[in-house]
Design a protein around this ligand. Structure first.
Ligand code: SF4
Length: 503
């Protein structure tokens, strides 16, 4: 699999203390979602702030971001200098905009009433149109990301509305996928797009756990909240906005969530969806297996995918072996259901970081062998069922099949835990064009021959939907079916019904 992830976001609100430290660990736990850059923005809701020209109070936001992995960007001195009890964080893999520091997030936007910091996971499909409109109105952009479009639009609406009404206006205009954490004055805001395409969840932090105070954590995946020793509460609902202001008192939420004692939260269901469109690849590949997404443990889904793959198969083999790491859980599920031994034919070199950049003259073969090596005694003379999560271009899969055969494998039967990827993703994942996808306009047998496999089989679409356990109407399957949940010029759209909720 060489699909690249989108981004990971986090938000922390504490009654007192420093939000930068838990944000650092949360981003560490989300590092798999983006390795190009990392950033943290914090603010204090405890001091009075500075009076703005309109008589309101504006609070300062301190931002630190840089290129690289979380531990490369932040030193302990940086974390100490990021003073504030509320904050947001981001790890990025670029889906729009080049890989450069100006595009790293959180993005900070100044407007007349104060500052907004924003972190985004997803991709807007109408960002260019909105940007042109905002530029015509005189707004100056400092990055080429769609995140800045959201921030500028929000800044504009905040001049005439309160924050929730402003967000409602923004959500009316933007089309695409967006899970957001926002820092605005003394409030941490979480927003999930009306279709819930990208994940977002909320949890509480415990008093005295690793020096952290009771508070709230927002994160792309529940595993980040677990890392902080916190308690996962629930997913942020599609179309929902949560506002967390450590100084306010809203007893209703506390009554519903006694574990949230000490902190309060406002909940607004801005859109209520008839259907949602959760990205199915979060379950197949992007999310960590120990995360719970929309009520499902990703590990369980991957086991079921592996079992289903075996149920749909009839090949005879000696061992089931994964392409590590992405194929491991599928292969365990397959081996269990098929009653065939699970044995590692490939070992991953864990010291080749995801951001490792090969010298230009490095061949594709060497780059694969740097990451994976064959355990020869496990494969020699064996008929191998080799399990991976998906195939994009197919180049890596072919090299792996050749490598196993060169080391003595008798047969290599490639089994894939998703249906063929036949179309690009426009909603937050970096995928190539149709022509570069090996499955585009090719029969399965032909793809198998191209990959030098003795046989190739993909999981059926029905099998995938059953394994995920979410109704097809509530999933995004765009890259597998060419039917997208939002309107994209030149593509087929099966629009989900949305309703603006009045509150
Ligand atoms: S098109 Fe594919 S990768 Fe993109 S959001 Fe939909 S299911 Fe996920």
């Amino acid at each position: 699999m060489s699909k690249r992830e989108g981004c990971g976001i986090a938000g922390i609100a504490l009654p007192h203390g420093n939000a930068a430290s838990p944000l650092f660990y949360a981003l560490y736990a989300l590092q798999h979602r983006g390795q190009e850059s990392a950033g943290i923005a914090v603010s204090s809701s405890l001091d009075g702030g500075v009076e703005n020209e309109r008589g309101g109070m504006k609070r300062d936001i301190t931002l630190k971001k840089g290129m690289g992995l979380v531990y490369q960007v932040f030193s302990s001195q940086h974390l100490e200098s990021l003073n504030g009890n509320i904050g947001i964080g981001h790890v990025r893999y670029s889906t729009t905009g080049a890989s450069r520091i100006e595009n790293a997030e959180p993005l900070l936007v100044n407007y007349r009433k104060g500052k907004i910091a924003i972190a985004h996971n997803g991709n807007l499909v109408n960002a260019m149109d909105l940007r042109r409109e905002l530029e015509r109105e005189g707004r100056i952009f400092h990055s080429d990301t769609d995140t800045e479009v959201i921030a500028q639009l929000l800044a504009k609406e905040l001049m005439r509305h309160d924050p929730i009404a402003a967000l409602k206006e923004v959500m009316k205009r933007v089309i695409g996928s967006y899970s957001l954490t926002i820092l605005l004055n003394n409030t941490l805001i979480a927003v999930r797009d009306p279709l819930g395409i990208k994940p977002l969840c909320i949890g509480t932090l415990n008093e005295g756990n690793g020096g952290m105070n009771a508070g709230y954590a927002i994160a792309s995946e529940s595993t980040a909240i677990e890392t902080l020793g916190g308690n996962f509460i629930r997913d942020v609902e599609p179309g929902e906005v949560l506002m967390i202001n450590p100084q306010q008192n809203l007893p209703r939420f506390r009554a519903e969530h006694p574990e949230a004692e000490g902190m309060d939260i406002e909940q607004y269901q801005v859109y209520r969806c008839v259907n949602s469109a959760h990205c199915v690849f979060e379950y197949i590949y992007f999310a960590r297996p120990d995360s719970v997404l929309d009520g499902r443990l990703v590990y369980d889904v991957r086991m079921k995918i592996g079992e289903r793959l075996a149920e749909e198969d009839d090949i005879e083999a000696d061992i089931v072996s994964p392409v590590p790491d992405s194929g491991i859980t599928f292969a365990i599920g397959y081996a269990k259901r098929a009653g065939i031994d699970y044995l590692e034919g490939l070992i991953k070199n864990r010291y080749v970081g995801r951001t490792f950049i090969m010298p230009e003259q490095t061949s594709r073969d060497i780059s694969v062998r740097l990451k994976l090596s064959v355990v020869q005694t496990n494969v020699v003379g064996k008929r191998i069922i080799l399990v991976d999560d998906s195939i994009v271009r197919g180049t890596t899969s072919r090299i792996i099949v050749d490598y196993l055969k060169k080391k003595g494998a008798k047969e290599v039967h490639l089994r894939i835990g998703s249906p063929p990827i036949i179309a690009p993703c426009y909603l937050g994942i970096d995928t190539p064009t149709r022509k570069e996808l090996v499955a585009w306009k090719r029969a399965i047998d032909e793809i198998g021959r191209l990959l030098h496999a003795d046989s190739l089989r993909y999981l059926s679409l029905e099998g995938l939907i059953e394994a995920v356990g979410i109704d097809e109407k509530n999933l995004c399957l765009g890259c597998l079916t060419e039917n997208y949940p939002v309107e994209i010029p030149g593509e087929v759209c099966i629009a989900r019904q949305l309703k603006l909720t009045h509150f």
